[in-house]
Design a protein around this ligand. Structure first.
Ligand code: NAP
Ligand code: GLV
Length: 307
């Protein structure tokens, strides 16, 4: 019985060491050294793989990321569940990144980077975090943890999801009917939605127009959530004042893309959060135990919903 790992090789060696310690009965294999294809029961992968039929006894596919939009959900055999990553390491690294981005926006870091380049000494008004309202699109594993973390830093937080959540200290909005009132009071908007047919292109001119004038955007969801030309127009008109972007369509964006050089945009190369093998191993082994016991695994993707 083997587990085939097909993602970043450096972190793969960490997974290999952890499997040897924690689950020596499972033959851990680093792609492309898969051993006998008949022995493969579990596949851990970031990207979709060609020809899953070559593993006739495959039981579970573990996405090594939280998002599963990169998989062609229609090509996954009905009897093989796809499980997305739900683990503490991916959550805390996302909390760190969004805190960094919100603080950078709230404390005018983009202005000061520009001022430093021009050797300009000009203090901007400082306001307390409690006067800055952060709205989070998506209140799942990551969005709800980010909301609670930002609340702890003193920001006023609200979130929006498909179904209503209850989070202490966070105003929770739900469904299309409540989107407009959520947007109208979000001074910093954070996208932590999964990419699905419903959410593709959601960060567009119509949505930006519903934010308070001068609001800012943090996109840590997926590149195709954003209509980049609409963002550029909103920044240039002043409807939006700044953006912090971690995800792009395509990745990396072409060298001549205007986002690279826009003075009101900070970019990072899809690093907002990363699955941490040390903590993720617990979740994967727990899910394997659940699967063997015939129980529901945590993070099983609803293929019709797309997340
Ligand atoms: P999750 O637990 O599945 O949560 C998804 C949230 O989005 C839920 O609150 C869900 O609402 C809401 N949602 C989905 N479709 C919606 C719709 N049409 N309208 C309104 N709300 C909708 O996912 P997660 O683990 O938090 O991850 C979220 C996403 O973050 C991932 O899919 C991935 O794209 C992105 N991500 C990015 C990075 C990075 O490094 N940049 C790292 C990890 C993840 P309900 O619960 O009510 O259905
Ligand atoms: C990263 O983007 C993830 O989905 O985990």
């Amino acid at each position: 019985m083997s587990f085939v790992y097909n993602a970043d090789p450096e972190r793969g060696r960490e997974w290999q060491r952890l499997f040897a310690q924690r689950a020596p009965d499972i033959d851990f294999r680093l792609w492309p050294d898969i051993g006998s294809a008949e022995e493969v029961r579990y596949l851990g992968t970031w990207a979709p793989m060609e020809d899953l039929a070559r593993f006739p006894n495959l039981e579970v596919i573990f996405s090594l990321g939280a998002g599963v939009d990169q998989f062609d959900l229609g090509s996954i055999p009905d009897h093989v569940p796809l499980v997305r990553m739900r683990e503490p390491g991916i959550v805390t690294t996302m909390q760190e990144y969004v805190a960094m981005a919100v603080l950078a926006l709230h404390r005018n870091l983009i202005d000061y980077i520009g001022q430093q380049r021009e050797a300009t000494w000009r203090a901007l008004r400082v306001r307390p975090a409690s006067q800055c309202r952060v709205g989070i699109l998506g209140l799942g594993q990551l969005g709800s943890a980010v909301a609670q973390h930002l609340t702890g830093l003193g920001f006023a937080c609200q979130g929006w999801g498909r179904t209503r959540r209850q989070l202490e200290g966070v105003a929770c909005f739900a469904g299309d009917d409540e989107l407009a009132s959520f947007l109208a009071s979000s001074q910093v908007l954070v996208c932590l939605l999964p990419l699905t047919a419903e959410t593709r292109g959601i960060l567009n001119a119509k949505l930006f127009a519903q934010l308070p004038r001068g609001a800012s955007l943090i996109n840590v969801g997926r590149g195709p959530h954003l209509v980049a030309s609409d963002l550029l127009a909103a920044l240039d008109s002043g409807q939006l004042s700044a953006a912090v972007l971690d995800v792009f369509d395509p990745e990396p964006p072409p060298a001549d893309h205007p986002l690279w050089h826009h003075p009101r945009v900070l970019m990072t190369p899809h690093v907002a959060s990363m699955t941490q093998p040390e903590s993720a191993i617990e979740r994967v082994l727990d899910n394997i135990a659940r699967h063997r016991a015939g129980q529901e695994m945590i993070g099983t993707v609803d293929l019709t919903r797309g997340y």
